[in-house]
Design a protein around this ligand. Structure first.
Ligand code: ASP
Length: 299
């Protein structure tokens, strides 16, 4: 097997994802297979509040999922957004990539597509997330503060698992799966399924991904920007730092909630950076798995 490095975001869901991704890779899977298996494992674990089954719902109490995959070999990409009642949505995104001429399918039509491919409708709410939702819904709040509250809900902020994969000598794939922000406005889509915002991959250079406050990351075109910084000669760490510095300078409110970019070059070097706090990232190099913390770059 070619030398392989895999990266996955956030502690518990990232750990599940990186282990499952490596297992698939070690049993002969391609990078696409590995990233899909990693995200699917995290989506299908009902004890993880992060993504898929048991994730935190929108303001109507419905789980709406987004996912994407991009292959650096030919820049082929597939994504779904605002999908209800289907897991794993990363597998639906991959089917969009491989079995349609399109890049993204949305909402009910994405669900119809999934059903036509043999996926089954599932109730994604668990006893715990029904209870958390009802607690949130019944809290007194003032008008327009409603969704801002969702952004600053530290306890219940919905995670995204973004995974990057590299194989020697120079192939990369990026993928992401999310339930978006907890208690989001129904129909709201964040950066994760958006090519250029939540993920980007180009074998000529490398790949990048994002997680955190999707509106800010999308406005920054964070993943594309980071790959383009690498194209200009920066290392992955320098490129992530440059994107985050740019965000802090041009989008100062991006420091109010963590925004993260991670990147890997087409030679397997990697880095990550965030607008505030400390960001945990899992790294798997040929089966050796460890978690490292990444921080805010010096301004
Ligand atoms: N980026 C995701 C979104 O805004 C959320 C997250 O990463 O936690 O939809």
């Amino acid at each position: 097997m070619a030398k392989t490095t895999l990266l996955a975001t956030w502690r518990e869901p990232g750990q599940v994802a990186i282990k499952a991704a490596w297992e698939r890779r070690a049993s002969g899977g391609s990078l696409r297979d590995a990233l899909e298996s990693g995200l699917a494992a995290s989506e299908l674990d009902p004890t993880l509040v992060a993504i898929g089954l048991g994730a935190l719902p929108n303001a109507d109490g419905e789980v709406e999922l987004d996912a994407s995959m991009m292959d650096g070999h030919d820049l082929e990409a597939g994504a779904v957004c605002g999908v209800r009642g289907i897991v794993p949505v990363i597998s639906v995104a991959r089917k969009v990539l491989e079995e349609t001429p399109h890049v993204m399918l949305a909402g009910e039509q994405a669900r119809r597509f999934a059903l036509s491919k043999g996926f089954e409708v599932r109730n994604l709410m668990t006893t715990d997330n029904v209870r958390w939702y009802e607690e949130w819904r019944d809290k007194p709040r003032e008008g327009t503060e409603e969704y801002v509250h969702a952004l600053s809900d530290k306890e219940h902020h919905g995670d995204t698992v973004t995974v990057l994969g590299w194989e020697a000598p120079s192939h990369v794939v990026a993928a992401s799966s999310t339930s978006g922000l907890a208690w989001k406005m129904p129909g709201r889509i964040g950066d994760s399924p958006i090519v250029g915002a939540g993920i980007y991959a180009d074998d000529e250079v490398g790949c990048a991904g994002a997680t955190g406050w999707g509106e800010e990351l999308w406005k920054a075109a964070a993943s594309f920007r980071t790959v383009e910084y690498m194209r200009g000669g920066m290392s992955p760490q320098e490129a992530c730092d440059a994107t985050i510095r740019q965000m802090i300078r041009r989008q100062p409110k991006s420091t109010e909630m963590m925004c993260v970019v991670l990147a890997m070059s087409n030679s397997g070097e990697f880095g990550a950076s965030c607008t505030t706090g400390e960001f945990p990232m899992w790294i798997c190099q040929d089966g050796e798995i460890e978690m490292r913390l990444f921080g805010v770059p010096e301004i």
